[in-house]
Design a protein around this ligand. Structure first.
Ligand SMILES: *[C@@H]1O[C@H](CO)[C@@H](O)[C@H](O)[C@H]1NC(C)=O
Ligand SMILES: *[C@@H]1O[C@H](CO)[C@@H](O)[C@H](O)[C@H]1NC(C)=O
Ligand SMILES: *[C@@H]1O[C@H](CO)[C@@H](O)[C@H](O)[C@H]1NC(C)=O
Ligand SMILES: *[C@@H]1O[C@H](CO)[C@@H](O)[C@H](O)[C@H]1NC(C)=O
Ligand SMILES: *[C@@H]1O[C@H](CO)[C@@H](O)[C@H](O)[C@H]1NC(C)=O
Length: 374
């Protein structure tokens, strides 16, 4: 959801050039979440909002059968005094209903699950992805691609979406209104679906329907880091922003009031265009989201607030992003094409052209069919 038009270009340049100078790693006070038990309680709450009486003492903390309690201060650790307990509903419950859900889950052999933020209206973008980088038949490693969205406004579009889902089996739709300020719900919906349906996959990629992915390069990279301990678990791999300024200009589309977010700089977070998790963290992220207040800046919320709260570190992946539109073809088809993975572009003809070149280079033939991958 980052400002991606020409503004993002400027921002990216800005960040790249001044990167060294600005490189201020904000030391966030994220502490690893050790109170799994509280989270479980919150989850039970999400399932069953009937609240029983709170327990009185520490001992009862262990007993969470059907009850939901959360500590006022869950990051307080083990102080001398036990935390006072209160009856707190999840700060950010996610109890939207599925309007559309694929019939098939991921099977255990899936290496990478991809959830693509989309919108009911953007049928053409989904078709293009299915015909190019999102077609699982191109790859040795098994991938599963799903499109995630809220509800649109037109019944006609909804009807064709049902048909699309019948045909491809790759649509996940929840019943929140699909709008700019609701993108955080979409992000959480993605985490939820993956943790419930694809928990055994090795890696999870989130991307948008206007992002091109050189999946061959990505799979090679993931395959190679999956051989190493450091790349296997607790991984958050992305173009990481450090100390990104919070925009206080009231005329900006990305204006954020002090009341919404107090600090003037964001703690580290990822470009929302594409980010990768080892799938072990996805469930933790969904669960912790229930305890963190909704904030509409989805890329910060998902890859900043949740990630930092879980005590995970971002691994910088900036070199594989080519987000400057005019450079897309040049970067992906040039001699160093192997170095790039993600690009932001709306130009379907260029995407097809670049894809054709990639396909022939990889020694594959163009396949335009797209069948269910599991
Ligand atoms: C847990 O709470 C339930 C309901 O209050 C009670 O029936 C049960 O005995 C408790 N279990 C333990 C281990 O305290
Ligand atoms: C929560 O705990 C932290 C660390 O112990 C402490 O600094 C902070 O003041 C506490 N916040 C509240 C609301 O109690
Ligand atoms: C976000 O979704 C909720 C649930 O559908 C809806 O009530 C709310 O109006 C939406 N907000 C915006 C800004 O669209
Ligand atoms: C994150 O980095 C810090 C500092 O390098 C390290 O102490 C910590 O263990 C790391 N956390 C994870 C989950 O890797
Ligand atoms: C990719 O784009 C960058 C930024 O515009 C440019 O400087 C670079 O030369 C390009 N690389 C290749 C291999 O085309």
């Amino acid at each position: 959801m980052l400002p991606r038009k020409s503004t993002i270009t400027k921002w990216l340049m800005f960040v790249l050039i001044l990167g060294g100078m600005l490189y201020t790693v904000i030391n966030n006070n994220a502490s690893p979440v050790n109170k799994e038990i509280e989270i479980r309680k919150l989850l039970e709450y999400a399932k069953d909002p009937i609240i029983n009486k709170p327990p009185k003492g520490e001992k009862d903390l262990e007993n969470h059968s059907g009850k939901v309690y959360s500590s006022i201060n869950s990051s307080a650790g083990h102080e001398n005094q036990p935390n006072p307990l209160t009856l707190t509903p999840p700060v950010n419950p996610h109890n939207f209903k599925y309007m559309i859900k694929p019939k098939y889950q991921c099977d255990d052999s899936v290496f990478l699950v991809v959830y693509v933020h989309s919108h009911p209206d953007y049928y053409k973008r989904r078709i293009l992805i299915r015909q190019t980088w999102g077609n699982p038949k191109n790859y040795k490693e098994k991938i599963r691609v799903i499109f995630i969205m809220g509800k649109g406004l037109k019944q006609k579009v909804q009807d064709s979406l049902m048909f699309e889902s019948e045909t491809y089996g790759d649509i996940v739709q929840e019943d929140f209104i699909d709008s700019y300020k609701n993108l955080t719900y979409k992000g959480i919906a993605g985490l939820k679906w993956v943790s419930e349906n694809c928990a055994h996959t090795k890696y999870t990629l989130k991307t948008d329907d206007d992002i091109f992915v050189n999946m061959f390069n990505l799979l090679r990279h993931l395959k190679s880091i999956s051989m190493h301990d450091l790349g296997r678990t607790k991984l958050v791999l992305c173009l990481t922003w450090h100390a990104m300024k919070v925009l206080r200009d009231k005329n900006s589309k990305w204006y954020i009031a002090k009341e919404e977010f107090e600090p003037d700089h964001f703690p580290p977070y990822c470009s929302g265009s594409a980010f990768i998790f080892s799938t072990d963290v996805v469930k933790d992220m969904f669960e912790i989201s229930l305890t963190i207040k909704f904030f509409w800046v989805d890329d910060y919320y998902i890859t900043g607030a949740l990630v930092n709260k879980l005590g995970l570190n971002h691994t910088q992946f900036i070199s594989v992003y080519s987000l400057q539109k005019p450079k897309f073809e040049e970067n992906f088809s040039g001699p160093k094409g192997d170095l790039y993975i993600f690009a932001h572009t709306h130009e379907a003809d260029k995407i097809r052209k670049v894809w054709k070149r990639i396909i022939s280079k990889e020694g594959k033939s163009m396949k335009s069919d797209y069948l269910l991958s599991s």
